[in-house]
Design a protein. Structure first.
Length: 322
């Protein structure tokens, strides 16, 4: 069983335009609306691929009502914690001529201390079960944190997972990325820009090494069109650096690609697979398959073909791994 927590959910609004011009007026067909946030995207992908999952998040205000209605219709098992502040919105404008996506995210509203405690309690209850599919084995904490929450909020969620004996995967950015490593999250999934911003290190390998030094066991590092790295410590104290990529980049909507990669990692780890090479292959394939879909939280059924087409190399021993 996989438990996902989305501390700062959003009602995702997506519009496709022929060509996006700054300062211009655009016409589009009716936009698509989804209950979103990175943890919910992870839960959607895992659920669609048959994995047992429960998504924990908050909801509030008029946007929260629309959010809750759409999530209920999705069929994804979930627990909603009511809060006073309105659920924020996230707007994605997909430029079909370039295959680029411009995203505007509202920051969200800080929950009160009792509301944050209620979210923690809901996560703890989800981890404790019981669940028809068996005990929780993976906790995924994904996305930004609401403004104004206590500094120990994210480490506290990670401690809940560690105390429950589950593998903790964290996908966040900024100072929270370092806090997640310090708190002992097993897997971290930044992109190269988030890693640079958090560590101040230009070399992504050096940045990943810093996260592992702080306590992470595996760093999945998104490189955009250049694929993904899996960085982990070796028994001798060095670093294993594996790189997976497709021969050609894919055009589409990349907003949910990282979330699909996290879902792949969570699904495999829930099944008892912890080998970095296997995780990297599946995470890269699912990330690529997400780009081919119009909305975040889903992957294209061709992901098996994409996985078969990947090139996987060992940076310490540059040759293709079959």
């Amino acid at each position: 069983m996989i438990v996902t927590v989305t501390p700062n959910p959003a009602l995702d609004l997506t519009w496709h335009v022929a060509s996006l011009a700054v300062g211009g007026t655009h016409r589009a067909d009716a936009g698509q609306v989804r209950a979103g946030g990175k943890g919910l995207n992870v839960a959607r992908v895992a659920h669609a691929q048959g994995a047992p999952v429960v998504a924990v998040t908050t909801t509030g205000g008029a946007t929260g009502a629309e959010f809750a209605s759409e999530l209920a219709s999705s069929g994804v098992p979930h627990v909603l914690v009511p809060v006073a502040g309105a659920t924020r919105r996230s707007v994605a404008l997909v430029d079909e001529s370039l295959g680029d996506t411009t995203v505007v995210n509202e920051r969200g509203i800080a929950p009160s201390d009792p509301e944050w405690q209620a979210l923690r309690d809901a996560v703890a209850a989800a981890l404790a079960g019981p669940h028809p599919a068996g005990p929780a084995r993976v906790l995924v904490i994904s996305g930004s944190l609401p403004p104004g929450i206590p500094d120990d909020a994210l480490p506290g969620l990670i401690r809940l997972g560690r105390d429950a004996g589950v593998t903790v995967i964290a996908d966040t950015s900024g100072p929270a990325l370092l806090a997640a490593a310090d708190a002992g999250a097993s897997v971290l999934k930044p992109n190269e820009h988030e890693l640079r911003d958090a560590t101040g290190l230009d070399d992504p390998i050096d940045g990943a090494r810093e996260l592992i030094r702080r306590g992470a066991r595996l760093v999945l590092l998104s490189l955009g069109a250049d694929g993904m790295l899996a960085v982990s410590a070796t028994a001798s104290g060095g670093l294993s650096v594996l790189h997976a990529r497709l021969g050609e980049p894919l055009a589409g909507n990349p907003t949910g690609a990282g979330d699909a990669g996290v879902a792949a990692c969570a699904v495999l780890m829930d099944a008892g697979v912890h080998d970095p090479a296997q995780i990297l292959r599946r995470a890269t394939a699912w990330s690529a398959a997400a780009v081919l879909m119009p909305l975040a939280g889903s992957i294209h059924p061709s992901w098996t073909d994409l996985e078969a087409a990947l090139t996987l190399t060992d940076r310490n021993n540059p040759k293709e791994i079959r």
